[in-house]
Design a protein around this ligand. Structure first.
Ligand code: SF4
Length: 330
């Protein structure tokens, strides 16, 4: 069957970040990760202590920058270094400044304003992405984000990881699914684009639960979604459990076949910003296949093609039938 997926102009059967930026900005745009020196309410006692079981000393669940102590270098220097790394491949492509470490709204409003405004003033920055927890969005911050959203391409990334409270408790996540839904709704009702993070393979979750995570998140139709497999990092609570033999990591095939079954549950308009993790090899304890991003994605592409699967095929096609066959209505 010919791929009828409308959010792709390549052989990809899901809505890639590249496709999104190309159509949103008219050209390639890169993301430069920045560390604003934030902490996390699940570490500093505001909401909890110890942090999530999978979170290492470097901070947030995605692309840790390796800050273990002290303050990070100035934003300007981080930006310069980040751009220099990306320039080898992408030249002087425009940039989305990405506050990704720890909880990037966890500071007084005056501090947030100083950091975000500085980031937006850096050369070639065309947008801002802020990664945070759903319980870290007080009213004054929401008001500022609403105002920012009028003058730049803003995305707020919310860590969810699981929709099951029992799993969240086991992972010491420190918030419930209901709290996530509140944070999500507060952003969406202000017209702010939201990215969501989900993790597959959290201890205690079986395949059906992970499919249900995708089903529930798909029903929200977030603007962007990142999915990756759990990996055991040095210095985390999960690493200790893994070394005691309490957890069995997913195999590459299990992960890829699961994602292939999750994608049809996610509406096509949701940008799949990530479908695999990107752990630092120096921090990785297991499973080692998670460090081979290319291999994971190429097996996924092959699996989707062989099984004739594309993102949204369950949810979008149902909607299309309800809309009397007009695919343009979603
Ligand atoms: S909320 Fe994010 S930064 Fe905070 S402990 Fe959990 S994973 Fe780490």
């Amino acid at each position: 069957m010919e791929n009828p997926f409308k959010y792709s102009d390549t052989n990809k059967r899901y809505h890639t970040f590249d496709y999104y930026v190309k159509h949103r900005f008219g050209k390639k745009v890169v993301k430069v990760g920045l560390d604003g020196g934030f902490s996390c309410p699940n570490r500093d006692g505001t909401k909890g202590v110890g942090g999530c079981a999978f979170c290492g000393a470097g901070g947030a669940e995605s692309l840790p920058l390796g800050r273990n102590e002290g303050l990070p270098p100035s934003l300007d220097l981080q930006y310069e270094q980040g751009r220099a790394r990306l320039a080898k491949k992408w030249g002087n492509a425009p940039v989305i400044a990405y506050f990704q470490s720890y909880s990037s709204t966890h500071a007084p409003l005056s501090v947030l304003k100083e950091l975000y405004e500085r980031a937006l003033s850096l050369e070639d920055v065309v947008g801002l992405t802020v990664s945070t927890r759903p319980d870290c969005l007080p009213r004054d911050v929401l008001e500022y984000l609403t105002e920012l959203n009028q003058r730049t391409v803003l995305t707020v990334e919310l860590g969810l990881q699981t929709t099951f409270d029992e799993t969240a408790r086991r992972m010491n996540r420190g918030h419930s699914y209901a709290t996530f839904l509140e944070g999500y709704a507060a952003l969406k009702e202000r017209g702010i684009a939201v990215g969501v993070h989900l993790i597959n393979g959290l201890p205690g979750e079986d395949r059906e639960m992970m499919l249900e995570n995708a089903r529930r998140v798909g029903a929200l139709a977030p603007d962007l979604l990142k999915i990756h497999s759990i990996y055991y990092r040095k210095g985390t609570a999960l690493e200790k459990g893994f070394l005691r033999g309490e957890y069995t990591p997913m195999s590459l095939e299990e992960y890829v076949f699961l994602v292939a079954d999750q994608l049809p549950l996610i509406p096509g308009k949701t940008v799949m910003e990530r479908l695999t993790g990107d752990p630092l090899r120096s921090e990785l304890v297991a499973p080692f296949w998670t460090a081979d991003k290319k291999k994971v994605l190429s097996l996924l592409d092959r699996t989707l093609a062989e099984r004739d699967i594309f993102q949204g095929m369950e949810v979008d096609l149902c909607k299309m039938h309800k809309n009397h066959g007009d695919i343009s209505l979603f």
